[in-house]
Design a protein around this ligand. Structure first.
Ligand code: ZN
Ligand code: FE
Length: 238
């Protein structure tokens, strides 16, 4: 009995994630960037809408879905002023429940102020929004390289088997840059071959394990803030 997680592709390359508690059937939707695709992708009731950050490609469906489902909306309390109306304002360390599956909000700024990731310990599932992507990381739209570096290294304490569910299907594009900066990395080359095969079949490259990302993601492998900042700047121009 765990947490079932299903991707719902929305907009051009976003994922909304459907979370379902295996024991109770309770459901939540994370980051519904639009309503239509999410409504088509979900059957049954949804009690909770979870948000990582305020960007509209993660929140555009919230008001319609809240009305349709009568769901509660939970997201970063510090961003309440620019999010759809929150029923539950969350801060770092606060818990969210989907049935009997419990997760913790982790403050992970750098891409957006107040950005939260959600870690469901028992399920081994980590929702990283636009902080961490497979083979990449978010752009520094509102924060500094140091902020995002420290945000990503909050995940260091989590097990290698942790499954990462990110906010976008950016993996193939990220792979080109990752190979450019780390061409001899055999684990990376294997992952890129796998990603190419998945995308050729139109299949999601997520989730990916944190262990796999530690072996392949140049942004997790950057040795310090300065190296991370240089990498982020190089990718912005790539
Ligand atoms: Zn964003
Ligand atoms: Fe986004």
């Amino acid at each position: 009995m765990g947490l079932d997680v299903t991707p719902i592709p929305v907009l051009s390359d976003n994922y909304a994630w459907l979370l379902r508690c295996g024991e109770t059937g309770a459901q939540a939707v994370l980051d519904p960037g639009e309503a239509g695709a999410v409504l088509r992708g979900v059957t049954g009731e949804v009690g909770l809408i979870l948000l990582t950050h305020h960007h509209v490609d993660h929140t555009g469906g919230v008001d319609v879905l809240r009305d349709r489902w009568g769901a509660k909306v939970a997201g970063p309390k510090s961003e309440a002023g620019r999010l759809p109306r929150l029923d539950i304002g969350l801060s770092d360390g606060d818990r969210v429940e989907v049935g009997v599956c419990s997760g913790v909000a982790m403050l992970t700024p750098g891409h957006a102020d107040g950005h939260l990731s959600y870690y469901f310990e028992r399920a081994g599932a980590l929702f990283t929004g636009d902080a961490l992507f497979s083979l990449g990381c978010g752009r520094l739209l509102e924060g500094t390289a140091a902020e995002l570096y420290h945000s990503l290294h909050r995940f260091d304490a989590l097990p290698d088997e942790t499954r990462v569910y990110a906010g976008h299907e950016y993996t193939l594009g990220n792979a080109r840059f990752a190979l450019h900066v780390d061409p001899e990395n055999q684990a990376l080359r294997r992952r890129v071959a796998e990603v190419e095969a998945l995308r050729a079949r139109g299949v999601s490259t997520l989730p990916v394990t944190l262990g796999e990302e530690r072996a392949t993601n140049p942004f997790l492998r950057a040795r310090d803030v300065a190296a991370f900042a240089a990498l982020r700047a190089e990718k912005d121009r790539f």
